[in-house]
Write a protein that binds this ligand. Structure first.
Ligand code: ZN
Length: 251
């Protein structure tokens, strides 16, 4: 299994063992806002940790981590230009499979400009992008997010994440990959199964978004287990817990 969206830097060493025991083989760990991102050095050190220390901690437990780097809307520091200047070089690293997570949070002008810059960069570099959708004003912000995506990049190169019932119609229409984040306070394993039964498994990936918020490192295997109990087939379980992410990220 692949967990398509985690924040390994916020998790203890032992979580990786739990994941491996439950059948997870790899995961995509993404840049986010674990600290007060007060300047570019903090953001770049965060990237460095994801690329090095976290991959080592996970590998010691048999989990291969792939990396996504980018400026999260809650990580915009006063000298963000220095991060954006460094980003194209960092994205060339073979451990990096996508730009992310990026997107909008409160839809400030600065957030929009940085989001657009990064989508254009991904487009130039033919990279995949992971786009966050926020908890607050989710539908309104997602509508704006999707219109910026449509103007700046081929949607089939985008994973729109934290999709739930409130935005499922918008997500289906957008045409890219859809991340179903199974996490306490977001979507439960049972709710995820209901969504997959209703809309089919094509175009969906499962992820835990495990971070410092309430999270479950076993979200993906637990959801697969619930799919099995609900009578969904092996093909469908394999698609959302492995194949769709493997094909999208080339991993
Ligand atoms: Zn996240």
């Amino acid at each position: 299994m692949i967990d398509a969206h985690i924040h390994a830097d916020c998790r203890p060493y032992e979580d990786f063992e739990k994941m491996a025991v439950a059948g997870i083989e790899s995961a995509v760990t993404l840049a986010h806002d674990p600290l007060r991102m007060s300047n570019s050095a903090v953001v770049l050190d965060h990237f460095h940790r994801i690329l090095n220390n976290d991959r080592e901690r996970a590998a010691a437990n048999g989990i291969e981590l792939f990396v996504a780097l980018g400026v999260h809307p809650r990580s915009i520091c006063p000298d963000v230009d220095l991060v954006l200047a460094e980003l194209p070089i960092l994205l060339e690293d073979e451990r990096v499979v996508a730009l992310g997570e990026v997107g909008l949070e409160t839809v400030r002008d600065e957030e929009e400009a940085i989001f657009k810059d990064q989508l254009q960069l991904a487009d130039e570099l033919s990279m995949k992008v992971v786009v966050h959708t926020p908890r607050r004003n989710k539908r309104e912000v997602t509508e704006r997010t999707l219109s910026i995506i449509a103007e700046n990049i081929d949607p089939t190169r985008v994973q729109l994440d934290h999709v739930d019932t409130s935005i499922i119609d918008l997500a289906l229409e957008f045409g890219g990959l859809m991340g179903l984040t199974v996490q306490p306070l977001k979507v439960s394993p049972l709710e995820a199964v209901e969504l997959l039964e209703e809309y089919g498994c094509e175009g969906f990936v499962l992820d835990s978004d495990m971070s410092s918020s309430p999270s479950d490192p076993l979200s993906v295997p637990k959801t697969v287990h619930q799919m099995k109990l609900a009578g969904l087939g092996n093909e469908e379980m394999e698609m959302v817990s492995h194949r769709n992410a493997a094909v999208f990220y080339g991993i």
